[in-house]
Design a binder for this molecule. Structure first.
Ligand SMILES: [Zn+2]
Length: 175
């Protein structure tokens, strides 16, 4: 064993410690060293319903905590900073996985500095990993987020949902 003391190298702020931004001027990634605590905020303002970004870098993959469901049995990885959009029960964005575009929600505009979030059950029938929501939406918060499968029609009212979720809900409720 070497007796030489190992010293921490001085930090080098000029060297990037993470990949370059995929949506500069649009998405600001807020990184945290805590697990699942990173997020994204908007760098632009847009009216309600406007297209925020097209999803152009997705690749098919298995269901995972980072994947987004695109159909009954299909999932993609976003491969971009869009992956930092967290769940909220009062989201700022809709992820339309059929048109492959991200839009501002229909009932309020997006402002610079707003947290970029979407309602995960709008695409996920059964989450790969259920989690306790801490979005702070009060009575509107669904609590444990497991996917659309376990949410009542009442709980889903007012949310834009992907066509595959609408289809799966129709099947569920017909039985
Ligand atoms: Zn919530």
């Amino acid at each position: 064993m070497s007796p030489v003391a190992v010293q921490e190298p001085p930090s080098a702020p000029h060297l990037p410690s993470h990949p370059p931004a995929t949506h500069p001027g649009l998405i600001k990634v807020v990184r945290s060293t805590k697990a699942f605590a990173s997020g994204a905020v908007s760098e632009i303002s847009l009216p309600a319903g406007a297209v925020f970004a097209k999803i152009t870098t997705a690749t098919p993959g298995p269901k995972a905590y980072t994947s987004v469901q695109t159909g009954r049995d299909t999932h993609i990885e976003l491969n971009s900073d869009l992956v930092f959009c967290n769940h909220s029960c009062t989201p700022s964005l809709n992820f339309d996985m059929h048109k492959m575009e991200v839009r501002v929600v229909d009932d309020r505009p997006l402002h610079v500095g707003d947290a970029l979030t979407f309602f995960y059950p709008s695409s996920e029938w059964e989450m790969d990993q259920a989690f306790q929501c801490t979005c702070g939406a009060g009575e509107k918060c669904k609590g444990l987020i497991e996917g659309a499968k376990v949410l009542s029609r009442e709980a889903l009212e007012g949310y834009w949902l992907n066509p595959h979720i609408e289809e799966l809900l129709r099947e569920r409720d017909a039985n």
